[in-house]
Design a protein around this ligand. Structure first.
Ligand code: PMP
Length: 420
């Protein structure tokens, strides 16, 4: 039955689909950290929709809010009319997230995907500065549309556009040369040097922990020197918190640990709480320069997603409990992963990341692929990332209980040690 159902995908769905190849089953249900396929087999989910399900699958409180909204004829699509769902979300976000952090951003809803937020940010910084080039980083990932791809440092994705899109100047991300401060030092020098050929950019775009690029965390000092350089040269700083935000690293925003004050913050993935598409820009008020209608889009600010996003903020961010839990679970995970990495026969596998955004670097895509396949057979869903797919990405729901976490890690350990 299973293979018949997959045959439908083979026959009718474009070849470009990818995850069905890693996980050759048809999934039917999800609850918390558990996925179930059509044969009733259960899997522990350490992928969480690529960090789009930080609170797990189908949180009953979010579902209740969504169902109640729908049964009361709440407006699902209203273009960007003012709705009570949007007002409640903005007020709640301001109260629970912005005000306690002393932040005064305005909301610009984009949507529905992360790449839509990236596109809007790239367009806005050009208008705001009158400059066009963007500094981005090796191994950075910002999305598959042309603008987002232009700032994405991955040849495989870029080649998909035929002639790779231009417009970005790539700098080495923290640790690329093994040194701590390479990009800020280099950037400072070339911006001061009229012969360098590097024009003053409009903005720098970065992830504080690169997700698709291999779970590469930037250090506090590297991020701070980059921010200082931006300020000194009137370059805008965009933090793409689409994957690392919404609590994944422990804080709501991934840049809080470095005390950054980005001009623009991009959020999507886990923002809606339950996997509904929603994305937005948080803007410093002086960047709210577009005239009404200058940047439009039919599916901006989906009301149902705003209802569940508000429920997620209320349930998980009113106090610091989730942050403390992520820090604790992240420690348990990284310690266990270190042991698992060291247990590999040939060479130790390195563990990287922050909070519950962790990666196990297997050195080669081949070894990582073998482990991922073994893990799936053992009942664990994990995926790979990094330029050569050499890193196993571990993103369990932030709300996972310790027993399920340890069961998942047991499967991973067996998968590392199993012969191909
Ligand atoms: N930025 C980052 C950091 C991401 O991880 C992703 C998705 N993996 C995107 C942008 C693009 O988001 P989407 O796939 O929703 O367009």
């Amino acid at each position: 039955r299973q293979s018949n159902l997959l045959a439908t995908f083979e026959r009718l769905e474009s070849n470009v689909r990818s995850y069905s190849r890693s996980f050759p089953v048809v999934f039917r249900k999800g609850a918390g950290a558990i996925l179930e396929d059509e044969n009733g087999c259960e899997y522990i989910d350490f992928l969480s929709g690529g960090s789009a399900l930080n609170y797990g699958h189908n949180d009953p409180d979010f579902l209740n809010n969504a169902v109640q909204y729908l049964t009361e004829n709440g407006i699902v699509h209203g273009l960007d009319m003012a709705t009570s769902a949007k007002r409640e979300f903005m007020e709640c976000f301001e109260e629970i997230i912005l005000r306690p952090r002393g932040l005064t951003y305005k909301f610009q809803f984009t949507g529905p995907t992360g790449a839509n937020a990236v596109e809007a940010a790239l367009k806005l910084v050009r208008k705001a500065t009158g400059r066009s080039s963007i500094i981005s980083f090796t191994n950075g990932y910002h999305g598959a549309s042309l603008g987002a791809l232009a700032v994405t440092g991955n040849r495989y994705y870029r080649d998909a556009a035929g002639l790779p899109p231009a417009g970005a100047v790539f700098m080495p991300y923290d640790g690329y040369w093994g040194a701590d401060k390479d990009a800020p030092v280099y950037l400072e020098k070339v911006l001061a040097d009229a012969s360098s050929g590097v024009d003053l950019p409009a903005a720098v775009i970065l992830e504080t922990v690169q997700g698709e690029g291999g779970i590469n965390p930037a250090s506090k000092s590297w991020l701070q020197s980059l921010e200082r350089l931006c300020r000194e040269n009137s370059i805008l700083l965009i933090v793409d918190d689409i994957q690392a935000g919404c609590g994944r690293t422990g804080d709501f925003f991934s840049f809080e640990f470095a005390d950054l004050s980005p001009d623009i913050v991009l959020l999507s993935k886990s923002l809606s709480g339950c996997g509904l598409p929603l994305s937005l820009l948080l803007l410093k008020p002086e960047l709210d320069i577009w005239q009404p209608g200058e940047h439009s889009g039919t599916f901006r600010g989906n009301n149902l997603a705003l209802i569940t996003a508000t429920a997620a903020l209320r349930k998980y961010w009113r106090n610091g409990e989730l942050s403390a839990r992520v820090t604790k679970t992240g420690h348990i995970m990284s310690q266990r992963l270190r042991e698992i990495g060291e247990s590999n026969q040939d060479q130790s596998l390195l563990v990287r990341g922050r909070g519950m955004m962790l990666g196990l670097d297997c050195g080669t895509g081949e070894l990582a692929g073998k482990i991922v396949r073994n893990a799936f057979e053992g009942g664990l869903v994990v995926e790979r990332c990094g330029a050569d797919d050499q890193v196993i990405k571990l993103l369990p729901p932030l709300t996972i209980d310790e027993q399920t976490l340890q069961r998942g890690l047991d499967i991973l350990e067996k998968s590392v040690n199993a012969k191909a």
